[in-house]
Design a protein around this ligand. Structure first.
Ligand code: SF4
Length: 63
């Protein structure tokens, strides 16, 4: 499964990193999240889905 952060929507709240730090990390300037595992392995898909659900601006999607 592949997860994507829409950089135009992301507000840099870091909720996804808190929910699933193995998959999402804030950029060095802290302004947006990035996906650090592509594809996301099966054992991390549940936490990545939780991060997607908790994103306040629905900037995370998967395919
Ligand atoms: S939870 Fe959403 S808005 Fe917040 S940093 Fe992650 S992708 Fe960006």
């Amino acid at each position: 499964m592949k997860f994507i952060v829409d950089e135009d929507l992301c507000i840099g709240c870091a909720a996804c990193e808190e929910a699933c730090p193995d998959v999402f990390q804030m950029s060095d300037d802290g302004e947006m999240a990035k996906v650090i595992l592509d594809p996301v392995p099966e054992d991390l898909q549940d936490c990545a889905m939780t991060a997607e659900e908790e994103c306040p601006v629905e900037a995370i999607s998967h395919e």
